[in-house]
Design a protein around this ligand. Structure first.
Ligand code: AHR
Length: 513
């Protein structure tokens, strides 16, 4: 990529200026019974790469490397027609069902019993979504009783009869999925949903007061009912819930890369509007508690749209068809990096976030359709770096830097960055994306308040071809190390190449000054 211009960014980071501790669950993900996410993805009995339960070991290893603390399950749109009883107990008795959301069939060979064990294998916890589309309060309570009650009741004893003596202890529960969307099975008005969600939440917390609940927010910020949906539904649910959900997918349908790389600004605005709405309801209620944000579906999603529409229209009712199999390119990885930076910048209110999704379906991890190896998409890398190095406390910087014009977002910053200090590891990490296509950016950071520091490494993801993709035969987009980062008496300097994702890792020698 040819560099013609220069830009700069100067940060001053003060150790004392902490925004918030990062909730580890901001690095969550999502697995839906959709396409080949479950069957052919995490589960492939008969494959030599699978373990005794039929779970793919190579997929487990990739997921573990991502260090995903929480995984939303089992949908998504799928959940709005899900009958959870179908998915537990003896497998030979589990029915085959029509999944109306994705016009597929569901064999129920993997369900709550198996998924909870897979989640343990990848060292993650389950974030369970209940069906508030075709079902309601009693059903949600039965499922909670099955999962979390120790014993001595119909559903807890049923779980034990199914072989699982210990309760699953599922902490976070979503009250339905995208209930504002006309495509949702059992779609509701905001009044209908608000009442149902509040009563379901009230009953669920009577069963297990230790759970945390997510009220359904808008499916995206372009919904005609946004943000009225949040205001009205939260008025009903405020006393019983802990979070409101946000969903958003980004795309480069207009094939304008510079503008595509500015779309993280849309996520930033969306988050700010939802925070404002939550705080409005809190004020109106004279409340004490703040409703935090669960950004439980986010990613790039558009490459597979046309193929998926045709498949669902022309060849419906297949078992795990290859749906939503976006193959991500290098510029998508930059956008995912920018979205991660944006989420971290809001770590004071975004406590849960789920990269949608994890395996095969709009996913960082893919498996070959008829056996074969698992491989990592371009977007795997920024997610892995953020999850591995982004734990700690977000430090709010003072920032000055150059900017550029875009077609749809006006003038935007050349560089987006966020800094996280990990006190236990004595490490400061700065994530930065140069979202220009032509400028080399002179990057300076004054970190003198951290005392004696040394450079650990600069990791960089770049590629001359913005459309370069990985595949099962070749991983063209992989991170490398750069030697550009230097530290001189607490003044950092490096060059951020055009269109690059950068992880600057600094060791902090001294104690807090
Ligand atoms: O993640 C794919 C789909 O996107 C989910 O099922 C739904 O909740 C959203 O519209």
């Amino acid at each position: 990529m040819e560099s013609r211009e220069l830009g700069y960014v100067k940060l001053v980071l003060d150790r004392e200026y902490e925004l918030s501790k990062v909730d580890d669950r901001i690095f969550g993900s999502f697995i839906e019974h959709l396409g080949r996410a479950v069957y052919d993805g995490i589960y492939q009995p008969g494959n030599s790469l699978s373990d005794g339960m039929g779970f793919r070991r190579d997929v487990i290893d990739f997921v573990k490397d991502l260090q995903v603390p929480i995984i939303r399950y089992p949908g998504g749109n799928f959940v709005s027609g899900f009958r959870w009883e179908d998915s537990v107990g003896p497998r030979s008795q589990r029915p085959e069902r029509l999944d109306l959301a994705w016009r597929s069939t569901e064999s129920n060979q993997i369900g709550i019993n198996e998924f909870s064990k897979w989640a343990m294998k990848v060292k993650s916890s389950v974030m369970m979504t209940v069906n508030l589309g075709t079902r309601g309060i009693q059903d949600a309570c039965n499922l909670l009783e099955y999962c979390n009650q120790v014993s001595g009741t119909e559903y807890s004893d049923l779980r034990i009869a199914h072989g699982d003596r210990d309760p699953y202890g599922i902490k976070v529960w979503c009250l339905g999925n995208e209930m504002d969307g006309p495509w949702q099975i059992g779609h509701k008005t905001m009044e209908e949903y608000g009442r149902l969600a509040a009563e379901t939440a009230k009953a669920m917390k009577l069963i297990d007061p230790s759970i945390e609940l997510v009220s359904c927010g808008s499916s995206n910020s372009e919904m005609p009912t946004f943000p009225q949906w949040e205001a009205v539904t939260l008025e009903h649910t405020y006393d019983y819930v802990d979070y409101i959900s946000l969903h958003s997918y980004y795309d480069n349908r207009s094939e304008d890369t510079l503008d595509y790389l500015a779309q993280s600004d849309d996520m930033d605005k969306f988050i700010k509007k939802v925070i404002a709405t939550c705080d409005f309801v809190k004020a109106k209620k004279r409340g004490e508690k703040s409703i935090d944000l669960s950004f439980d579906e986010w990613n790039v999603w558009f490459h597979s749209n046309e193929k998926d529409e045709a498949l669902m229209r022309d060849q419906p009712w297949q078992r795990h068809p290859p749906l939503l199999e976006d193959i991500y390119n290098f510029e998508d990885a930059l956008v995912v990096g920018l979205l991660l930076i944006t989420l971290l910048k809001h770590a004071d209110r975004v406590k849960i976030a789920c990269l949608a999704q994890l395996v095969n379906v709009i996913a960082p991890i893919m498996t070959e359709q008829h056996g074969g190896r698992a491989w990592r998409q371009t977007i795997y890398w920024p997610f892995m770096h953020a999850s591995k190095y982004g734990r700690g406390v977000v430090i709010m910087p003072s920032v000055h830097g150059t900017r550029h014009e875009t077609s749809g977002h006006g003038e935007v910053t050349d560089v987006e960055s966020v800094s996280v200090f990990n006190e236990d590891k004595r490490e400061l990490t700065i994530f930065a994306v140069n979202r220009t296509l032509t400028k080399n950016i002179d990057f300076y950071a004054d970190i003198r308040s951290f005392g004696d520091c040394h450079v650990l490494e600069q990791i960089i993801l770049e590629n001359d071809d913005l459309h370069a993709c990985n595949s099962s035969v070749e991983e063209k987009v992989v991170p490398k190390r750069s030697d550009d980062l230097s530290s001189d008496n607490g003044m950092l300097h490096t060059i951020l190449h055009p269109a690059s994702w950068n992880v600057l890792r600094i060791g902090v020698n001294g104690r807090k000054m």
